[in-house]
Design a protein around this ligand. Sequence first.
Ligand code: GLU
Length: 487
Amino acid sequence: MSKQVRVRFAPSPTGPFHIGGARSALFNYLVAAHNDGTFVVRVEDTDQKRSTRESEENIKEALHWLGINWDEGIDVGGDHGPYRQMERLDLYRQYTEKLLAEGKAYYCFCTPEELEAEKDAQMAKGETPVYGGTCSHLSEEQIKQYLAEGRPHVIRIRTPKHKTYEVDDIVRGKVPFDSDKIGDFVIVKSDGVPVYNYCVVLDDALMEITHVIRAEEHLSNTPRQLVLYEALGFEPPKFAHVSLILGADKKKMSKRHGATSVQQYRDMGYLPEALFNFLALLGWTPDSDKEIFSKEELCSMFTLDRVAKNPAVFDIEKLNWINFQYMKELDGPSLVTLCLPHLQKAGYVSENPDANTLTWVETMVTALREHIQYGAQVTDAAKVFFTDEYEPENEETADVLKEETAPAVLTAFLKELEALDEVTADTVQPLFKKVQKGVGVKGKFVYMPIRVALTGVMHGPDLNVIIALMGREKVVQRLRRSGLIAE
Ligand code: GLU
């Protein structure tokens, strides 16, 4: 790549920040980083009904959270601003006037009814509906008169006829489009606001964008954009249309598949580094068998020629696995930061926990880390410490307490525990061996009944740690609750 690489992410702030948008932002970020280029973030807010500043704030916050920062654009500024389309209307107007003066664009006064009738007639004949060009032949005088009358109008671009526009896409190869199927399309609506296809071309051209990397759904817009590059006399950038993200059922990812926005994943307690790593692998294949990559590794490895043409499947199990790998690396306090909000939301820990509680929480989440893949799962894993709803989870578990030796084991263990001066993970650990010897059973017949009597499940963190976390009182109460203690 010879020219200084300049890429951009241009979200429409019209709702929650979708995972697909984050993936587009990330690919652009990685291309810029890999090539020592510039990453621009600007906003496409011409859909005034649906665009909100709140949504823009959400997008920015989510990008920063993910560790995707930009060199130029909204908030940071730069030499090619303004970076919101609604602040660029004057600029667009200048180019529209030029196009009109050159005869490359023209006013169209056709009414919605006329356009509808034309479209219906074309469809009835099985033709692609395109504008028939009624207003392309209006005389200067007619135009002046209609404008003076205040007739509602749009502005259309004059698309060359019988011409093939070819999108030379880095991901998809050459994709030809027939200009006769495009026709003279609207570039400025009747309210004076230019349409996406027009703004985006002016923005990309004036911001000197070298590579447009965006979702596949925009591929069909690209021929219109090529028509506009030609009319405006700008050289088009290189295009890379990245495949859709599908759910596990191979259908386009939507709310049916679960969480679709970055905020939802953050709120569920996924780590930004894990989501960053996961998103990079959604459609890009590294030249390596590894799956865990640091940001630096991704920046140095990422190239568009390894972006796949076929759709990427959003595999939540893989995200969970990646997140688990990153969680393993967290120190105690960071693990608490990730898990605490979930414990608070469940009502298990107060809003302002004291230092002792925090220390206890740290020991607990450290013990549970092997059993949770993301923050929100801590609630379920920790439930046993906070509620008394811990009946054996299934028949196999219930059978553990039906073992002939279970009453003797629980009784002996209770005695040993009561004799301890202090209940800690270290003081509890030797008790199991003692019980084993005293009752004369194998280890499993000691650990399992105690574990099930205390937690209702057969797996979990080390038993001595669970006991220390529960504290003597709760453990005694639960052992007794089993109904197996011989007095
Ligand atoms: N605003 C468009 C979107 O959010 C992006 C268009 C583009 O990247 O060209 O899908």
